[in-house]
Design a protein around this ligand. Sequence first.
Ligand code: PPY
Length: 281
Amino acid sequence: MRIGFLGPCATFTDLAVRRLFPQEESVPYLTIPECIDAAAAGETEISVVPLENALEGSVNITLDYLVHEVPLRIIGEATAPIQQHLMVHPANAGGKEIELVCSHSHALAQCHKFLHHEFRGVPSQNTTSTAAAAMYVRDHPEVRAAAIGNGLAAEEYGLVIVKQDIHDYKYNHTRFVVLSSAPESMPLLPNESDFYKTTLMVTLPADRAGALHQVLSAFSWRKLNLSKIESRPMKTGLGKYFFIIDIDMKMEGILLPGAMAELEALGCSVKVLGSYPSYKI
Ligand SMILES: O=C(O)C(=O)Cc1ccccc1
């Protein structure tokens, strides 16, 4: 089975795929949309991308791409602890001044306080992933840039870690989603999950007072626990939003279909983005 992931080699997504699918062939894609497209086009059976970080919130490009561009399902999720390190080219390791810090926007945000205190005034540059930043630092010793990323990236790209664990808060976890066009293609993992989630996309009827309250009550009186609710722009006009709702439960025959039918009766449109096992890795 071919597994696409946000690459290049040694991103946090790569680490997640190595933990989740150690036996499978994995294929790096340089951007999140390219990685998602690969699964939609059948180039990969599965693609894995980051969806949410405990410090920085949703990876909007993943959510929006999933909702607006491709007919894929979420077939699994994995949450992993994230440790960010600062790394430089060996030629710049002897206390030379750093003139640029580069990384994925979420990694820069996870280290915002550190950068504010230690590298005030030093420009930062977004890259498509943390490993892409490490690759850039390897290839441009003359720039005196530092990358923020994981230990495997330092090893893979021959960089020297000058400061470990620079993320601002200890509890730094990222949630990765496993996407596929075939809901049954999630390989069975050895430590079978006993925790499931269902993700719905809900669009409210236009301009109805109390509509969101009614939506929430459809879950509330059924005692369905929501673990996330987030609004995203529909991209059709200012003030037009839809909601992504995560429910701590597997799709079954009664409660969730009942809640969805109630939402539809209220005039909402409801789409299931996936009902899937959740793993801690
Ligand atoms: O860039 C990476 O390494 C990724 O996999 C995305 C990401 C970025 C920051 C924290 C977790 C995942």
